[in-house]
Ligand binder design. Structure first.
Ligand SMILES: NC(=O)c1ccc[n+]([C@@H]2O[C@H](COP(=O)([O-])OP(=O)(O)OC[C@H]3O[C@@H](n4cnc5c(N)ncnc54)[C@H](O)[C@@H]3O)[C@@H](O)[C@H]2O)c1
Length: 457
């Protein structure tokens, strides 16, 4: 049932890594992209995108990896096709399937000529109904064939994080397979058995249930992150409050779990914010109340402005602020909805002079921020002359910083450490005003509020 050759349509952040990972597991993989650069890069043995270990995986699987601009070639020569093209959010928060439609039409045309059974798998994130009612008809129209008889169809998203796409793809907590029919699901499951390194459980279900499971998982995680960020604020208002102490304790409860419960900054990146908004859209369309997803989004969007307000209480506008961390997370060059970028923009608007640095995202940040913010080539350059430093991601380039690195800034420098990664190094050190986010001070004001609450008890 499992063929030797797989095709992957879309060689972007997810598709290129999946192609290389599947080649590493012994399959011949043909990548397809409409971008000539992506195809030429892969054929020349170069990673089309930045991703941890992707270049190494390509290097050691060159003979099993190729790429083409022609969907037809790839479908004719493979047994199964994964489609991982963009599904950008539209103005209502839904996902557009226009790129997927173009890909499905091209695959449908190829299926018309192809002899034998072929399985098509949509990996891109879509909302319930999109695969069956938006895309399947295109395959049938173009091929003149019947789904479930002449070809198979699954919706099967991945739960990867940028920066660890290959590791996450090969070692998932579970596999999610939405199947048009039993044969489609069985076929995909047998490929996954050969691809995955960790023998994960495979949940097979209807296409619509799988579409809902994908976006609802991400929406749930954003809710959890937001809960941790509310705890962060509460802890800052409680004398001696410590968000890590609280999260470490409640995270031990198996109903809760510790992952994604670290308070600090909001969530960002190309998936979490938009998947959560899409779940709100879906609920509205279906007449279901979903204030949780809406409140999560609203709270998350207030976070940068709230911190800028707090920073303005410590240092006047006109001061220089260094933002360390411009990608939305460590090990990534992606700056979409990055809290570091949002902070830099908000500070600049309040007339602070802002410098920024990120080990991987400097180029993308420059593109997004324009001339308003000076992007520096090293942490040291970024800190030099700063009145305040914000550490926005727990990137190893920042967690390894020493007190001496901060001495290059101004005397009495403010250091706002959103993830408390330098507490041991900077807390209580002369010449540094170290502010670990999510920890309450012992100031009398905070104690007064608590005392007032209980005075007449
Ligand atoms: N990046 C992530 O972390 C992540 C995680 C889970 C799910 N997803 C989902 O995966 C999908 C792809 O995301 P991505 O980040 O890899 O996107 P991307 O923009 O990095 O890459 C998409 C690639 O598809 C190509 N493409 C567009 N139309 C095409 C067509 N008709 N035929 C062939 N190639 C085509 C583009 O040229 C590009 O190279 C999206 O639906 C996204 O929501 C992404």
């Amino acid at each position: 049932m499992v063929g030797k050759t797989i095709s992957v349509v879309g060689l972007g952040k997810l598709g290129a890594s999946m192609a290389a990972a599947m080649a590493d597991r012994g399959f011949d993989v043909i990548g397809v992209d409409v971008s000539r650069a992506a195809v030429e890069n892969l054929n020349a043995g170069k990673a089309p995108v930045q991703e941890t270990t992707l270049q190494e995986y390509i290097d050691r699987n060159r003979q099993r990896l190729s790429a083409t601009l022609e969907h037809r070639d790839a479908v004719m020569k493979s047994d199964i096709t994964f489609v991982i093209v963009p599904t950008p959010s539209d103005k209502n928060g839904a996902f557009s399937i226009k790129y997927a439609a173009t890909a499905f039409r091209a695959i449908g045309k190829a299926l018309k000529e192809k002899k034998g059974y072929h399985t098509v798998v949509l990996t891109s994130t879509v909302l319930p109904g999109a695969t069956r009612y938006g895309l399947l008809p295109l395959l049938e129209q173009e091929s003149g064939k019947k789904c479930g008889k002449d070809f198979g169809l699954c919706y099967s998203p991945e739960f990867i994080a940028l920066g660890s796409v290959i590791r996450d793809f090969l070692n998932p907590d579970f596999l999610l397979v939405g199947e048009f029919d039993r044969k489609s699901g069985e076929t995909l499951e047998s490929y996954y058995e050969k691809i995955m390194e960790n023998h994960p459980p495979c949940k097979r279900m209807s296409i619509e249930n799988a579409e809902l499971a994908k976006v609802s998982l991400n929406s749930y995680v954003t809710m959890k992150i937001t809960f941790a960020n509310i705890l962060t604020e509460l802890c800052e208002k409680i004398p001696g409050g410590d968000v890590d102490a609280v999260s470490d304790a409640i995270g031990l409860d198996r109903r809760i779990g510790r992952k994604y419960l670290t308070g600090g900054l909001g969530f960002g990146g190309p998936c979490f914010p938009r998947d959560n908004v899409a779940v709100s859209f879906l609920a509205r369309e279906l007449g279901v109340r979903n204030e949780i997803a809406e409140a999560t989004d609203r709270f998350n969007r207030t976070i940068p402005a709230r911190f800028v307000e707090k920073i303005s209480r410590h240092i006047p506008s006109g001061s220089t602020v260094a933002v360390l961390g411009l990608s939305y997370k460590p090990y990534s060059c992606v700056v979409e909805e990055s809290q570091g970028i949002l902070l830099a923009q908000a500070l600049s608007k309040q007339n602070y002079t802002v410098t920024g640095y990120d080990p991987l995202a400097n180029d993308n940040a420059r593109h997004m921020l324009g001339d308003d913010i000076q992007i520096k080539e090293s942490v040291q350059d970024c800190i030099a002359g700063a009145d305040a430093v914000l550490i926005t991601t727990p990137d190893p380039a920042f967690t390894a910083l020493k007190l001496g690195d901060f001495r290059k800034g101004k005397e009495d420098m403010l250091v706002v450490d959103f993830w408390r990664v330098l507490a041991g190094e900077l807390s209580g050190k002369p010449g540094i005003r170290y502010v670990p986010v999510g920890q309450g001070s012992r100031i009398r004001d905070a104690e007064n509020v608590l005392e007032m609450m209980w005075r007449d008890a």
